[in-house]
Design a protein around this ligand. Sequence first.
Ligand code: VG1
Ligand code: CO
Length: 582
Amino acid sequence: FKVSLVSTSPIDGQKPGTSGLRKKVKVFKQPNYLENFVQATFNALTTEKVKGATLVVSGDGRYYSEQAIQIIVKMAAANGVRRVWVGQNSLLSTPAVSAIIRERVGADGSKATGAFILTASHNPGGPTEDFGIKYNMENGGPAPESITDKIYENTKTIKEYPIAEDLPRVDISTIGITSFEGPEGKFDVEVFDSADDYVKLMKSIFDFESIKKLLSYPKFTFCYDALHGVAGAYAHRIFVEELGAPESSLLNCVPKEDFGGGHPDPNLTYAKELVARMGLSKTDDAGGEPPEFGAAADGDADRNMILGKRFFVTPSDSVAIIAANAVGAIPYFSSGLKGVARSMPTSAALDVVAKNLGLKFFEVPTGWKFFGNLMDAGMCSVCGEESFGTGSDHIREKDGIWAVLAWLSILAHKNKETLDGNAKLVTVEDIVRQHWATYGRHYYTRYDYENVDATAAKELMGLLVKLQSSLPEVNKIIKGIHPEVANVASADEFEYKDPVDGSVSKHQGIRYLFEDGSRLVFRLSGTGSEGATIRLYIEQYEKDASKIGRDSQDALGPLVDVALKLSKMQEFTGRSSPTVIT
Ligand code: VG1
Ligand code: CO
């Protein structure tokens, strides 16, 4: 192939958000849009990460992935990349990409040093929906802010990019290596099975035999919903072929480029079919006895929702419960946990576990990139976010299927006697209630106001920052609304200093911390593609065992009320209720 230089000019708005660049497909299809971002990324990397390097390029298979891969392959060839690794049909989950960077060794001993992941995660896909791209580093984790800032700067000054225009279209549906000859030598594209490496890694972490035994126990019934995301490419292999679950336990497990028209976000609002099947829907009844265990994933399979029969496990509780039980239940952790971490808006359930078990604990800003440094430094084993993200240091991304396997391992462990004899089944709900009884319960909810006017959202945040300088006044307002709500003890904008490299991230969300341990957090989302999304996180701690069984929306009612009035939510946004409550 030949290399030609194409002249281009900067395009506005290519700043990577919480997890890469996410925009409507029609934005990505504009001339040079994808090309500029890809070249800006190449230019932000050191030479050895480009010239002669091996890169992974794949994603959740959403609409426009195939075209994007062909463009990135041509640009990689022109930039002197030695080989590109592609999951069959462009499919690799975000956690699988992380695993492949860290673990996969090519036939000639080659190792990947980075990846372009093509996904907009939980955002809908299709011609009128979202596409996205992000770059992951040599450790398998998302590029840190120092790199994403550089990428953004480069997008503002880019003048040209090289491309191998005459490189033939690569068939990404067939496994195998295609070799090309360019001005700087050989260039290979290798297409490989999407699941092999990931399945191998999971088998090295968990005791598949004990999970298999649990799944074959007649009273333990199971259901997994991939919401037509890429998790489907793994679910059949792992749950059916390896662990023996029946085919009928898989819902929406065929990956589709538009996710079947749905919103591939595993929560009680969007995972409708699963929610009905688990007996949790207020309107639909799937009929029959719900399964004992249910789980769902998002488009790129890094998120998870865990459900019991007619029971929802909050993600903040989930990570705390995994941390509390990991050592006995999961072989990977048999020598103990190095530490645990959560994102700032995630509830303090994990903090209580860390304290009781004497574990190192960290609170980082929203977004998985902040966990990576801790893990690379051997300071953290298990971490999670309230946004249905849970994971460990086996890779550097959150991992939806890992979380399901972790829960199944805990269930298998707690049911050892049940599986061997005839003790009563310990259910998901039993495990969670037992956890609350031991550690107390963190009532928790999140209100999302999606696609609101960006200026209004900024003004709302501005007001909340301003109020922080006059707490006596804030407390007067609160007492006027709900006298029973505790006083605000302190308030700030969350700032994080990375304990490993000392880098500082500012403006990571507005916090109001109450005297009784309750918290209100306000943030603007960094993953939307239109307008602004305001996230409001509400949390209240209850140690009293007689009060831990309430409905969470009831328990949090007064605090929610205070949050909405304090922030003048309706005045600023014109919305009388949130788009989604989780
Ligand atoms: C959201 C979540 C955050 C998560 C991020 C990426 O970000 O709140 O916890 O890490 O999505 O997840 P934001 O900035 O919109 O609040 V994923 O599955 O979209 O890669
Ligand atoms: Co995701």
